[in-house]
Design a protein around this ligand. Sequence first.
Ligand code: BTN
Length: 321
Amino acid sequence: MKAKVLITRLNDGKIHSGQSLATEFGVSRTAIWKIIQRALKEGFNIRTVRGHGYQLASPVDFLDQEIIVKNVESVSSRPLALSVVDEIDSTNAEVMRLLARGECVTPVVTAETQTAGRGRRGQPWCSPAGENIYLSMGLSLSGGFSAVDGLSLVLGVAVADALEYLGAAPVGLKWPNDIFIDGAKVGGILVELQGELQDGVVHAIVGLGLNVHMTAAPAIEQAWTSLALARPQLTWSRNALVSTLITSIADASDKFQSVGFAGFRSSWQSRDVFFSRHIMARDGELQGVGQGIDHSGNYVLRTIEGDVAVRSGEISLRFAS
Ligand code: BTN
């Protein structure tokens, strides 16, 4: 039996004894105990109430393929090849495999949990089950590899637009593509390019990790937040978020193809968390005041020797303390 079936039963918030669950599902109490242990390992927050049974600490907002597809199709005529999976190594890795098999033009994969979620610069991405969004899309862009310049910044704008549409404003962007709320990271974007270039078409695998319901993550070292922590007055539905994000990313990618990065520059600048702040790069070797991005999407620092443009992927920027 899948952990998801048991969690769905516990989703009423009540305490269920091991015996009642065992009877209901026609398995032994030991089998129930094993599933609970597996669910705990996957990151579900289940309390054991001694002498009484099991209870979910908070309701799980499961992803639902049908709801997401219906929502996306109601606002766009775009056919959607969406897979919603319980567990995957990495949604980016899965989109790469789908593109390599050539089965769909714009594959979209979202998962309840990732066992090998990856972040930028080889960092792992914390992916507890049922809490957050792990979403990847395979975008095909014409114009060769240079056509992809600026795409990751454009995606930051698309994600910020979607979150603000759903009520999370103001949403900030930390160059090159971290999503910030109230001075802490709420999400990140990883863009990976598929090696093959056919007829000038590049496949960009766009992966978004967004913290939604998460309230604890001891493994994350930097300042982080989640939508539930930062905007607790709103009810966050992962299905509504995923649908809005898919639509916003696909629309932004279409607009990027027709007008280029210029169409997004001012939207990016208005959300720049580094603007006018004292920041450093290259482990402190380079220090200056944030000036925003130039026409190519490089970040400009005003140093005592003049303005220096920092290239995406070259180095990372951080606040000088
Ligand atoms: C970052 O380091 O800020 C980028 C994090 C990107 C994480 C997402 S989660 C969905 C997709 N699958 C992955 O393995 N990574 C990206």
